[in-house]
Ligand binder design. Structure first.
Ligand code: SF4
Length: 372
């Protein structure tokens, strides 16, 4: 069941190794380590997706991280934290890097769990998936924005992408790879979300990540759900998630934890969710370390210091982790610790990453300042 998790707690774990604390059922300490690091190994991509966060480009940027720089980042990811994060290699299209297999091999050799989020282009084939499986890749994330080609192909900008996505998803599952389906939730896809969910179920995915579109990159404010519709969609998603046996998450909508928890008021309190700078970090193709790919503000660069240092110490990351620094409706909200709002949406729509999340109805209501 994909319910909101059952414990609260963002308190430090008293100097004990985080892994040991977690083994005893205590909450992970996201001030010390990320759960996931998503890494844009290149910005090149041959698709032209409507809401592309990265504004992907056709050719590789000569300034992207070199093979030597990549090794240093992998060393830090493997050894810079008490427990290494899951590493998601993304783009652009990671297959545009001709040294991708070497990167995967070096990551796996260092004991890192690797997931890949490729674009569905002629470069991606059953043979590539087989090779990744042999190299030790754990999971593959494919995008599916609608239940049929009408929506998906229009969204991805290339006819035939839907059919190939379905074929490759089935191949991935057949090879024993964990399959994650990513769905962009925008004004032009939300109507088909139930049908897309049915496809995800039928494919045998282990995870469905619904990306509530943030107006960054090629996405525009009018592509994004307004607060009431976003809230309704989260309610539907929370109910749907309880009927399936795999993980369902709402990226860009941390209020999902509030909505999911409200369905079971007598259950134990939920844990704060992973979000920007709090369990999550992003490396762009030139090495900038950001709280998220949707919050394009750098806390540092792996060209100057390790990601582990930026994650723990950069003022931007520390501020984003501190619910006491939130402003407006989120700052006064009783859920500010549990949820905290999408800092990416706040930044995209107001220019202030600590402002209220304009995608949440509670953030738009006048509230009393929270105590404590
Ligand atoms: S007001 Fe902000 S902190 Fe409260 S539930 Fe909404 S988004 Fe989350």
């Amino acid at each position: 069941m994909a319910r909101a998790s059952s414990r609260t707690g963002t308190q430090p774990v008293g100097g004990m190794p985080v892994a040991a604390a977690e083994a005893r059922g205590e909450a992970p300490d996201w001030t010390r380590r990320p759960h996931v690091v998503t890494w844009e190994v290149t910005r090149a991509c041959q698709l032209h997706c409507r809401h592309c966060r990265a504004r992907a480009i056709r050719r590789r940027d000569p300034a992207e991280l070199s093979a030597v720089e990549v090794q240093a980042v992998l060393d830090d990811l493997a050894h810079g934290f008490e427990r290494p994060p899951v590493v998601v290699l993304t783009g652009g299209d990671p297959l545009e890097r001709d040294d991708l297999d070497a990167i995967i091999g070096a990551a796996v050799t260092r004991g890192l769990a690797v997931s890949i989020a490729p674009s569905v282009t002629p470069r991606l084939s059953a043979d590539v998936l087989r090779r990744w499986r042999a190299l030790g890749v754990v999971s593959v994330a494919l995008s599916l924005d609608g239940a049929g080609p009408e929506v998906h192909d229009r969204f991805r900008g290339v006819a035939g992408t839907f059919v190939r996505t379905m074929e490759l998803a089935q191949t991935a599952v057949g090879l024993g790879l964990r399959l994650q389906i990513n769905t962009s939730v925008a004004t032009d896809t939300v109507g088909g979300l139930a049908a897309t969910g049915a496809r995800v179920l039928e494919l045998g995915a282990t995870s469905w990540e619904c990306f509530f579109v943030i107006p960054t990159g090629r996405a525009r404010p009018q592509d994004c759900l307004a607060a009431p519709e976003l809230e309704r969609t989260l309610g539907w998603l929370a109910a749907w998630a309880e009927r399936v046996a795999f993980r369902v998450t709402a990226v860009g909508a941390p209020q999902f934890v509030r909505v999911a928890t409200a369905r079971h008021p007598t259950a134990e309190p939920a844990r704060p969710i992973v979000r920007e700078a709090r369990g999550f970090a992003f490396i762009d193709h030139r090495g900038a370390v950001m709280p998220s790919g949707y919050l394009p503000v750098a806390g540092g660069s792996v060209r100057r210091q390790p990601l582990s240092t930026v994650y723990r110490d950069a003022e931007l990351f520390r501020a984003l982790r501190d619910p006491g620094r939130l402003r407006g409706g989120c700052g006064g909200c009783v859920y500010r610790e549990l949820c905290g709002g999408s800092r990416a949406r706040a930044y995209a729509l107001t220019g202030d990453w600590l402002a209220a999340d304009p995608g949440c109805p509670l953030a738009l209501e006048p509230v009393e300042p929270a105590r404590g």
